[in-house]
Design a protein around this ligand. Structure first.
Ligand code: SF4
Ligand code: SF4
Length: 298
């Protein structure tokens, strides 16, 4: 059984059979990034200071001690690979790890984690948004089969036209697949990137169709995509389980609420895949339990 399946099973048991939350940690490893993307939620929230590497690691160890139920850590930023030592040491504390990186730096040969490289569109869109000609370099860094690399694409008003070209291009590389989220707006910032519900529904239908060609290379399952649609999304995010399931630390080691996006996240329009992943596991388990119960009593 691979690690992500094991993690999924653990999530299921945790959610349904009362294993204690929180079970995930997200750490803003640094407040620095070598890029300045226009849509970046991180720099929109003004993280001026950061703990020293030693103090941040100390904080992570304290959290692990306080919440032994945490089994998964996401190392985010800023750009977490600017502080490789923190990530390398911190990862030893958890069985499952994910490094969320912009891919502009060479990826270390760490086999015990998944690298989620942010690529929000094909070369033209990507370089326009970042204002840097680095797409080919990122692709070269991500195109590895000695480590586990996924691409993370956050869909917004300006990049959704890229979906098919992105899939076509990256399918020829060694990455494992592409994960699609939708852009979550930050309250008070009018950047016009949020896809309205009608647009989101239309894109989801398209992704479901594309799964017939690309299968699991599109990492979002069909059931998760359906939950992200307008008719079910708000119900899930209005009482988002992520608030209980994850501890998120800012670069000063302070807890960020309600989630990694920070206190200005507009939950009513959330497009982050995580709450839907958890909901999807719960629904599956409810169906399984129904059939087991039926079998027992008929
Ligand atoms: S690479 Fe990530 S952290 Fe850096 S500016 Fe872009 S979105 Fe923000
Ligand atoms: S922004 Fe999304 S993931 Fe974060 S707490 Fe709100 S609904 Fe949950």
């Amino acid at each position: 059984m691979n690690k992500s399946i094991k993690l999924g099973h653990y999530f299921l048991k945790s959610v349904l059979f009362g294993t204690k939350f929180p079970m995930a940690l997200s750490v803003d490893v640094t407040n620095k990034c070598n890029l300045r993307c226009k849509h970046c939620y991180f720099f929109q929230q003004n993280h001026k200071n950061e703990l020293s590497e030693e103090d941040l690691l100390k904080k992570v160890k304290e959290i692990k001690k306080k919440y032994p139920s945490i089994i998964h850590a996401s190392w985010v930023g800023g750009e977490p690979l600017l502080r490789k030592n923190v990530v390398k040491e911190g990862m030893k504390l958890f069985p499952f790890n994910m490094v969320v990186t912009n891919g502009s730096l060479e990826l270390p040969r760490w086999k015990s984690c998944v690298f989620n490289v942010s690529v929000d569109g094909t070369k033209e869109y990507y370089e326009e948004v970042r204002g840097l000609k680095i797409y080919d370099k990122v692709k070269e860094h991500a195109n590895r089969d000695d480590i586990h690399v996924n691409i993370a694409c956050v869909l917004n008003k300006k990049n959704y036209y890229c979906i098919e070209d992105l899939l076509k291009e990256w399918k020829k590389t060694k990455i494992r697949g592409i994960n699609f989220d939708f852009y979550t707006p930050i309250r008070g910032i009018d950047d016009n990137l949020w896809l309205n519900w009608q647009e989101r529904d239309m894109i989801i239908e398209k992704l479901i169709k594309l799964k017939k060609i690309y299968g699991n290379f599109i990492l979002n399952s069909k059931s998760i995509l359906k939950l992200m649609k307008s008719d079910s999304s708000k119900k899930i995010t209005s009482n988002c389980v992520v608030k209980k399931a994850a501890v998120c630390l800012d670069p000063m080691g302070n807890r960020k609420l309600p989630c990694v996006i920070g206190d200005k996240a507009d939950c009513s329009k959330c497009g982050c895949i995580v709450p839907f992943q958890i909901e999807s596991l719960m629904v599956k388990k409810q169906i399984e339990s129904f059939y087991v119960t039926k079998k027992l009593f008929t």
